[in-house]
Design a protein around this ligand. Structure first.
Ligand SMILES: Cc1cc2nc3c(=O)[nH]c(=O)nc-3n(C[C@H](O)[C@H](O)[C@H](O)COP(=O)(O)OP(=O)(O)OC[C@H]3O[C@@H](n4cnc5c(N)ncnc54)[C@H](O)[C@@H]3O)c2cc1C
Length: 461
């Protein structure tokens, strides 16, 4: 609990309206997209880096734990006050400060919603590719510290690939800049990349500089339906092996197809085992050729139908399936845990088969969704957290999925991060020396250990 004196200091920085302490307000910020509840002692909504700095000075002087938060769409409990203290929510720092068309960069505050930013730059014929499934709610700040990936990773990479610099506030309250507005910069250590993916454990991001691309002139969406999921997996591997780089390459299995039909009635065939959704984009001639090539690949690998969109409107219609997938599946059981293990793409088919085998053997319901072109699996584990026996089997199934990914040279997490959900697996991928280096970096930034305590680095086996 915060004492009244400290609370008064916080209130004097942001005002009564932007310092929430009622039980109802605190409960609203006690969840993210993970399954646990952690109620903070207060939630503050700063509007400037100076306010963030003052808050951190008070927090440091009084040893108050601080958890940064964007939209709370993170899947690993990163935005939750796991050991109490205050939450600093960035949703009121939501201005696009500059879109520079001559030099193709933009400067934004951390609370800008990703899809709003994408629309703003697209109006100027520019393009910001990172596109997580949560883009209509997730913030630029949350995406930066999680190094969010998403649908277009296969061609365009992830958030890290577009970051040029940042303004950050250190736990001590000092304000600091990293990077520049230039496309090249090798001045000193690359602290921008260090903060990117740091899961809110090193510093608070108060301004972000990103590079932009010219907007692709045309996009075509293809939907291929398969009787056998193996054939869909093989199609993905063959497309990548052939050097064709679609902008997106998403896979959904039969459980997701069924959930989508129940939810959105899209006319998908319920007897199909898998669906691939792909975009190709670029210049009109190249796009036509690539779309035809990808369609041929799908047919050659046994797709029973391949639909190629003919308009922007049809692109959007085909994408409704993917955009609705999490929501549709999450309705099926009280709890939905999203896995994120990632394998080299040539192992995609074996990985999917392995997940199905693990699911059946452990009697756990798992639907498979994947950013397939990146080998990034999203097995959606459907369960009921109140059922102890079922949760023991879920734990075992998740354990086995992680082990499989490790055995083929994959990673614990392709994009959702580690948080508390996956902390126990860290030693399976990182050596004790790597962990020691990471802990000493954390100590340098945050010697008092007040920023996002209880995060992945503090897990002890
Ligand atoms: C339906 C759904 C689909 C998703 N799809 C994808 C996907 O395709 N790809 C993907 O990568 N992720 C995906 N995610 C996960 C999540 O949306 C991303 O991690 C996103 O980047 C989190 O942004 P946020 O604003 O919600 O951050 P939050 O959840 O609020 O916070 C995430 C982390 O960032 C820290 N943080 C937030 N803002 C700041 C700041 N300004 N300074 C310092 N630390 C900060 C928090 O402490 C926390 O550790 C999905 C989630 C859902 C629910």
């Amino acid at each position: 609990m915060l004492n009244q004196g400290v609370l008064q200091e916080f209130t004097s920085i942001v005002g009564q309206e932007r310092c929430k302490t009622s039980r109802e307000d605190l409960l609203t910020y006690a969840y993210d997209a993970y399954v646990h509840e952690y109620v903070p002692d207060a939630v503050l909504f700063p509007r400037t880096a100076q306010e963030v700095s003052q808050i951190m000075k008070v927090a440091s002087a009084n040893n108050i734990f601080v958890t940064p938060r964007g939209a709370g769409s993170g899947l690993m409990a990163g935005a939750l006050a796991k050991q109490g203290g205050i939450v600093i929510c960035f949703t009121m720092m939501n201005q696009i400060l500059e879109i520079n068309t001559a030099n193709r960069f933009a400067v934004v505050e951390p609370g800008v919603v990703i899809s709003e930013f994408q629309k703003a730059v697209e109006r100027l014929n520019l393009f910001y590719p990172p596109d997580p499934g949560s883009a209509t709610v997730a913030t630029m700040g949350g995406a930066v510290v999680m190094n969010a990936g998403g649908m277009r990773g296969v061609k365009y990479g992830v958030t890290r690939d577009y970051l040029l610099g940042m303004e950050i506030v250190l736990p001590s309250g000092e304000i600091m800049n990293t990077g520049t507005k230039t496309s090249k910069d090798v001045t000193g250590y690359d602290l921008t990349r260090l903060i990117c993916g740091s899961e809110g454990t090193l510093a608070l991001v108060t301004k972000i500089i990103v590079r932009l691309l010219p907007k692709p002139k045309v996009k075509r969406t293809l939907q291929a339906i398969y009787n056998r999921i193996d054939d869909a997996g093989t199609t993905v591997a063959k497309i990548i092996e052939a050097g064709i780089i679609p902008a997106t390459l998403e896979l959904m299995d039969k459980m997701i197809i069924k959930a989508l039909e129940d939810f959105a009635h899209l006319g998908l065939p319920l007897d199909a085992e898998a669906l691939l959704l792909m975009d190709v984009d670029g210049d009109p001639e190249t796009v036509e050729k690539q779309a035809a090539l990808v369609a041929d690949f799908c047919k050659a690998q046994g797709a029973r139908t391949v639909r190629v969109s003919q308009s922007e409107k049809e692109n959007d219609q085909l994408w409704v399936a993917r955009r609705s997938a999490f929501g549709a599946v999450a309705r099926m059981r009280p709890t939905c845990v999203i896995e994120d293990a990632t394998v080299p793409v040539s192992y995609l088919t074996s990985a999917i088969k392995k997940v199905i085998e693990i699911s059946e053997r452990n009697r756990v319901q798992i639907a498979v969704l994947a950013h397939a072109g990146d080998g990034n699996l999203h097995p959606l584990v459907l369960c009921d957290e109140r059922d102890k026996d079922e949760m023991t089997r879920v734990e075992k199934a998740m354990d086995e999925i992680v082990d499989y990914a490790m055995s083929v040279g994959g990673t614990l997490s392709g994009e959702h991060g580690i948080g508390i959900a996956k902390a126990k697996y860290l030693p399976r991928q990182l050596s004790e020396t790597s962990l020691k280096m990471m802990r000493s970096i954390k100590k340098t930034f945050d010697p008092l250990g007040i920023l996002n305590p209880g995060s992945f680095l503090e897990y002890q086996a």
